[in-house]
Structures are given as C-alpha cells and as structure tokens.
Ligand binder design. Sequence first.
Ligand SMILES: Cc1cc2nc3c(=O)[nH]c(=O)nc-3n(C[C@H](O)[C@H](O)[C@H](O)COP(=O)(O)OP(=O)(O)OC[C@H]3O[C@@H](n4cnc5c(N)ncnc54)[C@H](O)[C@@H]3O)c2cc1C
Length: 293
Amino acid sequence: MPLNDLFARQSRTLSFEFFPPKNERAWYTLEDTIEQLAQLGPDFVSVTYGAGGSTRAKTREVVEHIQTRTGVTAMAHLTCVNATRGELLALLDEYAGAGISNLLALRGDPPKGEARFTPTDGGCAHAVDLIDLIRDRGGFSTLCAAFPERHPEAASREADWDHLAEKLRRGASGAITQCFFDVQAYADMLAHLTRALGRTPRIIPGLLPITDWHALVRFCERCGAEVPASLRDLLAPLADDKVAVRKAGMAWTIRFCQSLLRAGAPGLHVYALNRSTAAAELTTALRQSGNID
Ligand SMILES: Cc1cc2nc3c(=O)[nH]c(=O)nc-3n(C[C@H](O)[C@H](O)[C@H](O)COP(=O)(O)OP(=O)(O)OC[C@H]3O[C@@H](n4cnc5c(N)ncnc54)[C@H](O)[C@@H]3O)c2cc1C
C-alpha cells in the first residue's frame, strides 16, 4: 500500500527496520525475524540500502520478499551514492515494475575515510534533489531522514531542520529520525518544523531497543547519537551483567517511547537489527499499556 494512503487514514503507525543480509545464514535469520515480526501486524517495514550500491539488488530482493510472503507494506531506502540521475530514474522504473511504491530518499554517507560527500557526476548532491526526481517521476510515496540532534555535517540544529523542512515542502510526506535518546531534542525539532511549515509534519522517531551497553555505545558512535548522562549512569555500572542491562535498558526504552508519543510522535520506527526478540518485547509492552494499537 502506498504510505501516503496509510497516513491519510491512520494517525499512529508502528514500523520496523531491517538491513539486507550479508550471507546465506544471515538471510535465514532475517526470514525468521520477518515472519515473527509480521505476526505483530506492523503498519510497514523498511529495508536499508548499503553505501556504494553494494546491496542495491539485495534491498529490492528483501522488499519484494516481505511484500509477497507476508503482505506487509515495505519501503526501500534509496541513496544518491554512486548513481547518476539517469541511473536513479532507471532504478525507480525497476522498483515501480516490482510493485515497490514506498521510498526513503537519502543522500547517503561519504565513503569510509572521506570527510565530505561528493556527488557523482550528473548525480544528486542532497536528498532534496532525489526527492525532486522521485516527485517529478510520480508514483511513489516518499519519506526522508531527520536528525533531532542535527546531522553531523550541519552548522547548527536549526540550519539542519530548515533543510529538513525543505525536503518536506518538496515532496516527502514525512521523515524517520536517526536514533536518539533525548525527548526534548525531538520536541524542539517538531516545534521548529511546525513554525517553518505552518503545520505539524509526520516525524516518526527511529528507536533502538536497548539490550546491551557495549552494543549501544558502538551503535551510537557509528550514527553520531549522544548517550545522555542519565542513561550512561543507569547502564554503565551494569555493563557486564547482560541480564541486568537488558532489563534496565528495555524498561528505559519503553518509558522513552511513551514520552515521545506524549510529545506528539505520530508513531514509532524500531531499528530491529534483523532480530525479533527486543522489537517484539517493546511492541507487546507498548500495546499492553495502551500506547499503540
Ligand atoms: C532513518 C534513516 C535511515 C537511513 N538509512 C540509510 C540507508 O539505508 N543507507 C545509507 O547509506 N544511509 C542511510 N542513512 C544515513 C544517511 O544517508 C546519512 O545520515 C547521510 O549523511 C545524510 O542523509 P540525508 O538524507 O539526511 O542527507 P541530506 O538531507 O542531503 O543532508 C545532508 C547534510 O546536508 C545538509 N543539507 C541538506 N540539504 C541541503 C541543501 N539543499 N543545501 C545545503 N546543505 C543541505 C543537511 O543539513 C545535512 O547536514 C539513514 C539515516 C536515517 C536517519
């Protein structure tokens, strides 16, 4: 289903994110995860798209697998990396032909070791250019990325949020955020966007269920998210007690989700990391407490 249709009739959504598996064993794990999480009835799921185009075919394969095997609406991530506009347009035709109608339009990261993103000759320099391309072609519902704590290359939060507002003006029907742990940052971003656009946009928080302190630190280093002092004080002393960290981390994640929903979040997008247990536990807890349908 096109996400624009879903958003028109449903105010609050639950979604999960997967990444394309790197080998056959990982593919079987992902298949099991998809099957288990599909039973929880998510409104949609999304599949990442690796830098350098390395997983281009895999993203499409996983999206098609999800839609045909489970019937769950799936969204393909798409970046500007290593692609000309012509190649991107050809890819859009392929996606349309395969029944993929939902895209997360991204710029992509600079290659490892490079500080700045350099667009391909004849390619897109920013996600907003890709959004223009998709909008002009027609036939897709498009979301984009948002950064409550600002994108690492941005001069300020406000400058970054202004660029986000532009993506929403130019055709993105909403955004999914980078992982973050600060409700106030989300509320500030939403207020800024509401002022800039004259309406409240659909900004869905991206959530990492916290199950392991060391994994959390590694994940945050990779994506540039700040671990707040209160969370560090809670979890760091328990770091090597896996059971205790998981219990405290999941309880913290549930409270964080509840606060975000109270702050106006129109849904939750869970970074499932291709495993079902934590995402399912979080979903069940939020359903039992009446926070999501
Ligand atoms: C939910 C989510 C999913 C993601 N999935 C993937 C994935 O599957 N594959 C992948 O490779 N990466 C993924 N990323 C990472 C993303 O590609 C990087 O964070 C990238 O560095 C920024 O992408 P963007 O789409 O926000 O870029 P942009 O919107 O282009 O922003 C990049 C920087 O440029 C600035 N900017 C934006 N527009 C303009 C403009 N017109 N003029 C000047 N400056 C501008 C912004 O403030 C920001 O600092 C994801 C990120 C998120 C939040």
